[in-house]
Ligand binder design. Structure first.
Ligand code: IPM
Ligand code: MG
Length: 326
């Protein structure tokens, strides 16, 4: 199985190196190849997603991605984030799964990943007005809704579809399509919730949620809230899936420039993303479970500073490797 590693920016390099080390410990035939992406690729060629990198990703079974975003490339023109948005679109990984577990929470954000504001027309008018546009086609909503219902079947059987249907036309389309798809999944309970209320409910009573189905921007925001409820971005992994291979597996984010290069980044989010890759991207559920258990064990024995501990990235990974062998 061929896996393309895209370290990207900031702590991306450190956490991807951690994942590569752990993956090599598993009894699987994995071919890992690293490619330029994000800020490093901009510096080399002016393009955050060079054609060779995209071609390697297309030919791979899975893509494991660290992070993008650099303060020194925080500008209007070419930026590292453009590489990520383009890669997601090119591979058509429309279903972004972001689990959050712990502290009485066990939910999964199913975020539509290749539509909405991130991909709509944008521009500047002569009078200085700047605009981004949100568009959704019915088929785009239908495929993510079906994915959410299917996943809910394997969980507690509840989908909460999030929208802003009291204001947005795209949300009314969203709600209509979700309603139309729902009868095909009579074993799943469907509720609709306005996004502002969902933010409130996540903070007040997150235990009520099983699967949260969202469009792209709402899911971006709510998945950070969900991560915040369960230990922060250092723990939050994600899977971005299309209808076939390759999927992209990346932390919910942060290139964390403030701690980059210091060897103290928490690689748990990256390792959990690697476990999601084993489960959803490479059909190796047993190894996924083993890795998840080792990640959890190491969080107790060797927590990094973001969790109040003092383990370095390498010490944490040592603990994961030893838990895997135990
Ligand atoms: C995420 C991140 C990205 C996004 C950024 C880095 C472009 O915040 O994966 O949630 O907005 O999708
Ligand atoms: Mg985000």
């Amino acid at each position: 199985m061929r896996i393309v590693l895209l370290p990207g920016d900031g702590i991306g390099a450190e956490v991807v190196a951690a994942a590569a080390r752990v993956l090599r410990e598993l009894p699987l035939e994995l071919e890992l190849e690293e490619r330029l992406f994000g800020g490093a690729a901009i510096r080399e060629s002016g393009n955050p997603l060079p054609p060779e990198t995209l071609a390697a990703c297309r030919g791979a079974d899975a893509v494991l991605l660290g992070a993008v975003g650099l303060p020194e490339l925080d500008r209007d023109e070419v930026r590292p984030e453009h590489g990520l948005i383009r890669l997601r679109g090119e591979l058509d990984v429309y279903a972004n799964l972001r689990p959050a577990r712990g502290h009485g929470v066990d939910l999964l954000v199913v975020r539509e990943l290749v539509g909405g504001l991130y991909y709509g027309e944008r521009g500047t008018r002569a009078d200085g007005t700047v605009f981004d546009t949100m568009e959704y086609r019915p088929a785009q909503v239908e495929r993510i809704a079906r994915r959410a219902f299917e996943i809910a079947r394997g969980r507690r059987g509840q989908v909460t579809s999030v929208d802003k249907a009291n204001i947005l036309a795209t949300s009314r389309l969203w709600r209509g399509v979700v309603e139309r798809v729902a009868p095909g999944y009579p074993d799943v309970e469907l509720a609709h919730m306005l996004v502002d209320n969902c933010g409130l409910q996540l903070v007040l009573a997150p235990g009520q949620f099983d699967v949260l189905l969202t469009e792209n921007t709402f899911g971006d925001i709510l998945s950070d809230v969900a991560a915040g409820l369960t230990g922060g971005l250092g723990l939050a992994g994600s899977a971005s899936l299309g209808d076939g291979r390759p999927g992209i597996f990346e932390p919910v984010h942060g290139s964390a420039p403030d701690i980059a290069g210091r060897g103290i980044a928490n690689p748990a989010a990256m390792l959990r993303s690697a476990a999601l890759m084993l489960r959803h991207g490479l059909d190796e559920p047993a190894e996924a479970e083993r890795l998840e258990a080792a990640v959890d064990a190491a969080l107790l024995s060797a927590p990094t500073p973001d969790l109040g501990g003092n383990a370095t990235t390498v010490e944490y990974v040592d603990a994961v490797v030893s838990a895997l062998g135990a």
